[in-house]
Ligand binder design. Sequence first.
Ligand code: ADP
Ligand code: MG
Length: 268
Amino acid sequence: MGADTGNTGSPDIRCKGLAKVFPGGVEAIRPLDVTFEGGRTTALVGPSGCGKSTLLRIIAGLETPSSGEVRVGGAPPAEIQRDAGLSMAFQDPSLLPWRTVRGNIELALKLARRPPAPHAVENLIRLVGLDGFAGSRPAELSGGMRQRAAIARAMVTEPRLLLLDEPFGAVDELTRRQLAEDLPLLWEPRRTTALLVTHSVVESVLLADRVLVLSPRPAGIVADIPVPLPRPRAAGVAETPEFRSIARAVAEALARGMAQARPPLAAQ
Ligand SMILES: Nc1ncnc2c1ncn2[C@@H]1O[C@H](COP(=O)(O)OP(=O)(O)O)[C@@H](O)[C@H]1O
Ligand SMILES: [Mg+2]
């Protein structure tokens, strides 16, 4: 009990010598030493198949590392899961098909043993742009709408740790931009520790305090880029020279990682 959550109330995440080789020999993560500070948003950017989801799943306690360890607020990941302080949203949202959007979101509250909060649920539904669809079932929604429902479901419990794995993958470009602007308004005041996996350089810089650029598999850190842009980040921020220069640094690091991967780097 009692994960150490520091003074932000949100846990830090420490990975020490964390590595993953799947049975069968696929090396997904090379030994990784990294700390994600409590209360901050970090974006993980890397090529497809490099090990991003594996890393997130290990941090969530859904997968075990083959060596090294993860501590969430000083404790094994299972602990924060047990006290319902952790929420996740994945690219492939696992909504219950027989429940409505509202029903799926309310269920998350119930499972976390939180009191019903109709107002908060309606607010979130509006925020993710699903106004008018609260009573719809997942099969009646587009892929992007389902992802947005899953994001609302992840946020409704006000988690201390939020893990988002390409949550905007199926969301159309215009809505993505809107979500990238609106969602941080929810998790920032609460100082949630957030990890966001994304393919999009712009999204990473828009949302995060820090961008970690990963190499092709096995994932290793190519660059660790701070994003010192003021918050909240208004619509126009992506057009500023500061934003563009950070986005360029991320894109260049991605390209560098790809180039270095051939011939493959030896695991450390
Ligand atoms: N359960 C598993 N068993 C074996 N290999 C896996 C498993 N899960 C993922 N992998 C492999 O590990 C690598 C990294 O996968 P993943 O973490 O999903 O990448 P990303 O999320 O960056 O696209 C891939 O080569 C993938 O095929
Ligand atoms: Mg993935």
